[in-house]
Ligand binder design. Structure first.
Ligand code: MF3
Ligand code: CO
Ligand code: CO
Length: 246
């Protein structure tokens, strides 16, 4: 667990702004008829135009600048010739490195005429994040965040994915501690002022179980229900966390 100095926090803020701008660029081009590979190219250009580099490209062999996960794909969807269609829900997850600091964030975008149930799912992922960060503050533990995310999610009838978690972040994309989206209050790692973490609920309209495609990356709901992802990089303080990727 690495607490950041004020100058390091400034580095985290700048990297996070790149990520947010790249997410906005992705959102602006997502529409029916566009391939996920085309969206990825826009993301990569946006990141590089700001002097940053896409951290996921080459990370453990991952090929692209973004993860683009459509419908029942939860996370780590690999950009491809798959065409985005009216009614799809498209999750975009971006990590960028600027001056040695990482920013990481994800959103799920609704394309055209999306069903009310899918819109509710997308909103619930965001609301679960905000329920979780009520406890993202010095004096609480990672399990307090996870427990709040799980409580919110399950109370509203959704499944919360357990196979992947949030994480610390800094010079590396993934640092300690793990930040699960489930668990028991009062357990896990203590949160300290200056710690940077990513809180990232991944929720489904069905069960929490997932499978991985033969490509070794694509994480899909086992029951093929649709899923949504909402992630921000935050700095722990004595009060409300500073959310860097809003
Ligand atoms: N952005 C992801 C996260 O939220 C990690 C990307 S996995 C990769 O932790 F394989 F695409 F690099
Ligand atoms: Co991410
Ligand atoms: Co993350």
């Amino acid at each position: 667990m690495i607490v950041k100095s004020e100058s390091e926090r400034e580095g985290m803020r700048k990297a996070s702004r790149v990520v947010k701008a790249a997410l906005d660029a992705a959102e602006s081009v997502i529409r029916p008829g566009v391939t996920t590979m085309e969206v990825d190219a826009v993301v990569e250009n946006a990141i590089r135009s700001m002097g940053a580099t896409p951290s996921t490209k080459g990370f453990e062999g991952y090929p692209n600048a973004s993860c683009i996960s459509v419908n029942d794909v939860v996370v780590h969807g690999i950009p491809s010739l798959q065409t985005i269609k009216d009614g799809d829900i498209v999750s975009v997850d971006i990590t960028a490195l600027l001056n040695g600091y990482q920013g990481d964030a994800a959103r799920t975008f609704a394309v055209g005429n999306v069903s009310p149930a899918d819109l509710a799912l997308i909103n619930a992922a965001e609301a679960a994040f905000f329920a979780g960060i009520e406890y993202a503050k010095a004096g609480f533990k990672t399990g307090d965040i996870g427990s709040a995310v799980q409580l919110y999610t399950e109370l509203h009838g959704y499944g919360v994915v357990r196979a992947l978690t949030g994480h610390g972040i800094g010079h590396k994309m993934h640092e300690s501690p793990e930040v699960p989206n489930f668990g028991k209050k009062g357990t896990g790692s203590p949160l300290k002022v200056g710690l940077c973490i990513c809180v990232e609920p991944m929720i489904t309209r069905g069960d929490w179980r997932v499978t991985i495609d033969r490509d070794g990356w694509t994480v899909r709901t086992a029951d093929r229900s649709r899923a949504a992802h909402y992630e921000n990089t935050v700095i722990i303080t004595d009060g409300a966390p500073e959310i860097l990727t809003l």
